[in-house]
Design a protein around this ligand. Structure first.
Ligand code: MLT
Length: 267
């Protein structure tokens, strides 16, 4: 997919497709990936929506800086993009870490957004066990390098079926991730370890919300997301067949059909 890069004052790598006069959707990718994970969604949605994707600071083509990130600073970046591109009440669509950012952005200022799409994510903060795992992964990057970490981590994000049946696509995603910068990746791990818990806000969400989760997602399993959906008033929960944690890539046709139907209800 050909995407036009815009130069925003925020200094992040931002990519847009479609007519800016249309309803905007902001796509927030997962860790340790970058904006192209949404290509299959944007390819279909760009005809009716203004699609905005960007690389989270520290990943993809966005600046690394000092690697001192927080989910709060990631939300600041998102708000800066919404402001600079003059997006009027966009829909947020986030996967996993992108979902942590989207949920916190909605908790911070829900009136800025008209809808929420959460893919393969959770509202709870890291447990102590989870924080220790993050620390172990930082140690692994320091001792064995970021490529070793990525090679160990990425296979857990896809279903076994996707890795075997769509190996070319899987390898493409893996190779992009292998190019990640160690400081950026470690910064994201620390940001995720330090994030707040947004569970208490779920029952306060009033914007329409769609929750999608791969049936074979072991990182943020379907039962976790179903419980989230039960707490969100105006929500819809869908299990994505034949997919792990990267459901928008692994079963794009199913995900796209659910997203299109959901968006058609949002003014
Ligand atoms: C992601 O896909 O963004 C990560 O798996 C999230 C996490 O490690 O918590």
């Amino acid at each position: 997919m050909e995407i036009n890069m815009e130069t925003a004052k925020s200094d992040l790598a931002i990519f847009t497709e479609g007519n800016p006069a249309n309803k905007a959707i902001v796509f927030i990718h997962g860790f340790p990936y970058e904006h192209t994970m949404w290509d299959k969604q944007i390819d279909e949605l760009k005809y009716r929506y203004y699609c905005v994707a960007y690389d989270i600071r520290g990943l993809g083509d966005s600046p690394i800086g000092d690697g001192q990130y927080t989910i709060e600073s990631f939300v600041d970046d998102l708000e800066m993009i919404v402001h600079e591109l003059n997006l009027l009440k966009p829909v947020l669509c986030g996967l996993s870490m992108g979902g942590y950012i989207a949920l916190r952005a909605v908790e911070r200022n829900e009136s800025n957004y008209s809808g929420l799409i959460l893919c393969d994510t959770r509202s709870s903060a890291d447990t102590d066990e989870g924080k220790i795992k993050r620390a172990e992964n930082i140690k692994k990057i320091n001792t064995l390098g970021v490529k070793q970490f990525v090679n160990d981590f990425v296979p857990h994000c896809f279903s076994v079926k996707s890795i075997t049946d769509s190996n070319e696509e899987y390898t493409k995603v893996l190779n992009k991730s292998l190019n990640s910068n160690a400081i950026g990746v470690k910064g994201c791990l620390l940001a995720m370890a330090g994030r707040t818990d947004t569970t208490n806000y779920l029952s306060k969400i009033r914007i329409p919300s769609l929750l999608l989760c791969g049936e074979d997602d072991h990182l943020t399993p379907p039962d976790v997301m179903e419980l989230m959906a039960e707490q969100i008033l105006n929500s819809q929960f869908e299990i994505v067949p034949n997919a792990g944690h990267m459901s928008p890539i692994e079963n794009a046709s199913f995900v796209n059909s659910k997203i299109k139907k959901f968006l058609s209800r949002i003014s």
